[in-house]
Ligand binder design. Structure first.
Ligand SMILES: Nc1ncnc2c1ncn2[C@@H]1O[C@H](COP(=O)(O)OP(=O)(O)OP(=O)(O)O)[C@@H](O)[C@H]1O
Length: 248
């Protein structure tokens, strides 16, 4: 089991966001974390790369408990586990190719020439090779997101965390991003954890889904299992109904 959250608890002041969350993610799977706004989905995945530390509980990554590592010891973890943030964090003053080449130069010590060749290859993987010379501001949100994903892949992470990758994208761009995430798992063997509200993504590309509710995991299962659930709270959420027992 490459990723395990065990009895994670995290509060901010008096506000308990994660009360007792345990989740196991399998190797190579595309695992979705869903739940209402503010339920703690982003908080959960930020723990994996040490952006937040739990109050109690454990986080295991490749057989290592990471939650209490020092900042320095987290560096190698972050190379294995990349995060693609909700808003793309590309540098506007650099072309797309330069953005993707940057980590290759900084972390892998590649020459400018080699980094550019490798960056073009990475852009091809996300079907963005025709836009290497363009600046992020010249592209739409969906394309910027794909370049950000290419950059996240440069250090060949085994795990990629996506925070709402399709939010604010038009439907066509959203489906392209979905397809890319699925390809990462199927072709490159990446394990993906995807935080999402997008019901289409969830039911098209997820292998399994965990729904957070009131600081705990309400349900974990395949899309088919979620569709068949009789839990009225889960049903209401996945059917997007305003009436029902779901409490915000
Ligand atoms: N660094 C922080 N300090 C204080 N409170 C925080 C911090 N980070 C998150 N929170 C709070 O934790 C709660 C959960 O936030 P989180 O961003 O995980 O929500 P989410 O489930 O990802 O929601 P959304 O779908 O709206 O992005 C929110 O109430 C948020 O205000």
């Amino acid at each position: 089991m490459p990723i395990q959250f065990k009895h994670l608890r995290k509060a901010f002041g008096p506000k308990v966001v994660l009360d007792d969350v345990s989740i196991d993610v399998n190797d190579g799977e595309c695992f979705f974390v869903i739940g209402g706004s503010g339920v703690g989905k982003s908080v959960l995945i930020k723990h994996l790369i040490g952006l937040l530390r739990p109050d109690s509980g454990e986080i295991w990554l490749d057989g290592q408990e990471v939650s209490r590592l020092s900042e320095a010891d987290f560096h190698p973890v972050r190379k294995r586990c990349a995060m693609v943030f909700q808003s793309s964090t590309l540098f506007d003053s650099m072309t797309c190719e330069e953005n993707v080449a940057l980590p290759l130069r900084m972390h892998r010590g590649l020459s400018l020439r080699d980094a550019r060749v490798e960056a073009r290859r990475r852009l091809e993987q996300v079907h963005m090779e025709a836009f290497g010379d363009r600046y992020p501001a010249e592209l739409g949100d969906g394309m910027r997101k794909r370049v950000a994903i290419a950059r996240a892949l440069t250090l060949e992470p085994r795990y990629v965390l996506f925070d709402e990758p399709t939010t604010s994208l038009d439907p066509v761009s959203a489906r392209r991003v979905d397809q890319m995430i699925r390809e990462l798992c199927d072709r490159l063997g990446v394990t993906a954890i995807v935080v999402s509200h997008d019901l289409t993504s969830i039911f098209t590309i997820a292998d399994r889904i965990a729904m957070l509710y009131k600081g705990r995991v309400r349900v974990v299962g395949t899309p088919e299992e979620l569709r068949r659930t009789e839990d009225p709270v889960v049903r209401q959420f996945i059917e997007g109904r305003s009436e029902g027992p779901y409490e915000t």
